[in-house]
Ligand binder design. Structure first.
Ligand code: CMP
Length: 381
C-alpha cells in the first residue's frame, strides 16, 4: 500500500475500498472495546490481565497507530496553509480529541488496572464511530435548521411544566407534603409526567389534582408528538436536499449530462438515484425485464457480449430494454467498485418526452450497440 492510498483510506467520507474496509475494522474494534468494557466490570484478580487487560492493550494499540497516522498525514488528508496548521486543526477537532484520548489516555490506566476506569475508557472509544456515521452531521444540521421551531416547542413544554407544577403544588402540597411540598418537588412530578415516563413515585391523590394530572398527560403527548414531527419532517427535508446535492455532483461529472444546462441538470438530478456496486457484482442479467438504466459516474462495468465491452466514467448502460420494451440483451457486471446513477423507466419516459435531444442521443448510442427500434413513446407506464 502506498502513501496516497493510505491518505485516501483515512480521508473522512472517502469512498475508497480501503477506507470502507478500515471503517469496518474500526467498527469491529469498537465492538470489541464495548465487550471488553463489560468484561472489565465482571472479571477480577488474575483473570483480569488475561481476559481484559490484554485485549484492551491490543485495542488501544490499534487506536494509537490510527491516531499517529491521522496526525502525521493530516497535511495530506485535509490540507491547510502549513503542515503544522493541518495537524493542529486535526488535533483540536472533536474527532481528533476523541482519537487522542482513545490513543493516549489508557496508557496510565493500564498501569493502574482500575476496572471501573478501564471500562469507562473502553466505552468512551465507542464515540469514535460517530465520525463514520453520516447521520450525525445530519442530526446537527436538522437541529440547526429547525432551531426556531424547536425552541418554540421547548418554550411551550417549559410553560406547561411550570403551570402544571404550580397547580399540583397548590392542590397537593397539604395532602402530600413529602411528594408535592415544594415547587421543585412538583416540577419533578411534572417532568416525569409530561415526558410520559411515569415513575409513579409521586401521584396526585386529590380530585382536582388528578384532573390537572390528566390534562398534563394529554398535553405531554401532544408536545412530544409536535417535537417528533418537527424533527421527522426536518430530517426528510435534509435527506432530500443531501441526495439532490449528491446527485447533482454526480450528474455534473457525466459529460453526456453535463452539457444539458443548469435547469435540466437540476431536473435530472432529482430523478437519478445514486447506487454503489462492488467489483464482481452483477448489475443486470440477460433476459430479465429492464426497469431502469444506469449512468456510470466512476468505476468500470463489463457488458458480456462477444467480444466483451468495457464501459467507464460517463457511459450509460441498460438503455436498450427501456427503449425497446424487450428483456435485457446482455449481462453486465462490475469490474471495479463503481458509482452509478439509476434512472427508472417511468422517469426515463417522462424525461425523454420533455427533452427529445436527450432521448435521441441515447437512442443513437443504443442503435450503435445493436438495438434498432425507436423509443416506445407514450405516457409513463
Ligand atoms: P439492455 O439490453 O437494457 O441491458 C444490457 C445492456 O448492455 C444493454 O441494454 C446495453 O446498454 C448494453 N449493451 C448491450 N450490447 C452492447 C454492446 N454491443 N456494446 C455496449 N453495450 C452493450
Amino acid at each position: 500500500m502506498n502513501r496516497h492510498e493510505l491518505v485516501e483510506m483515512l480521508r473522512p467520507g472517502s469512498r475508497h475500498p480501503g477506507a470502507r474496509r478500515l471503517r469496518q475494522v474500526g467498527y469491529v474494534v469498537v465492538a470489541a472495546a464495548i465487550v471488553d468494557a463489560a468484561a472489565a466490570t465482571m472479571v477480577t484478580g488474575q483473570r483480569f490481565a488475561g481476559l481484559v487487560a490484554v485485549p484492551a492493550a491490543a485495542i488501544w494499540c490499534f487506536f494509537l497507530v490510527e491516531w499517529v497516522l491521522r496526525l502525521g498525514l493530516a497535511p495530506e488528508i485535509a490540507p491547510a496553509t502549513t503542515p503544522w496548521a493541518a495537524r493542529r486543526a486535526y488535533a483540536l477537532s472533536p474527532a481528533g480529541i476523541i482519537d487522542a484520548l482513545c490513543a493516549l489516555g489508557p496508557l496510565a490506566i493500564v498501569a493502574a488496572r482500575s476496572a471501573p476506569v478501564m471500562s469507562a475508557l473502553l466505552l468512551f472509544s465507542s464515540l469514535k464511530v460517530l465520525r463514520s456515521i453520516p447521520g450525525v452531521h445530519l442530526i446537527a444540521r436538522v437541529f440547526r435548521n429547525e432551531r426556531r421551531t424547536l425552541l418554540s416547542v421547548v418554550t411551550l413544554f417549559a410553560l406547561v411544566l411550570m403551570i402544571s407544577a404550580e397547580c399540583e403544588y397548590l392542590l397537593e402540597s397539604r395532602a402530600q407534603p413529602a411528594a408535592f411540598g415544594s415547587l421543585p418537588a412538583a416540577l419533578w412530578w411534572g417532568v416525569v409526567t409530561l415526558t410520559t415516563t411515569g415513575y409513579g413515585d409521586a401521584i396526585p391523590i386529590t380530585f382536582p389534582g388528578r384532573v390537572v394530572a390528566g390534562l398534563v398527560m394529554v398535553c405531554g403527548i401532544a408536545v412530544l408528538a409536535l417535537f417528533a414531527g418537527i424533527l421527522a419532517s426536518g430530517f426528510a427535508a435534509e435527506i432530500r436536499r443531501r441526495d439532490f446535492l449528491a446527485a447533482w455532483d454526480m450528474v455534473a461529472r457525466i459529460p453526456f449530462l453535463r452539457d444539458l444546462g443548469a435547469a435540466t441538470i437540476a431536473e435530472v438530478a432529482r430523478l437519478l438515484r445514486p447506487q454503489e456496486v462492488s467489483a464482481g457484482s452483477v448489475v443486470m442479467r440477460r433476459g430479465q425485464p429492464g426497469d431502469c438504466m444506469f449512468f456510470i459516474v466512476s468505476g468500470r462495468l463489463e457488458v458480456q457480449v462477444e467480444p466483451p465491452v468495457t464501459l467507464g466514467n460517463g457511459d450509460f448502460v441498460g438503455e436498450m430494454a427501456l427503449i425497446t420494451g424487450e428483456p435485457r440483451t446482455a449481462t453486465v457486471t462490475a469490474r471495479q467498485d463503481s458509482e452509478l446513477l439509476a434512472l427508472d423507466l417511468a422517469d426515463f419516459r417522462d424525461l425523454a418526452g420533455r427533452h427529445p435531444e436527450l432521448a435521441n442521443a441515447i437512442e443513437m448510442e443504443a442503435a450503435k450497440r445493436g438495438g434498432s427500434r425507436k423509443l416506445t413513446s407514450g405516457p409513463p407506464k
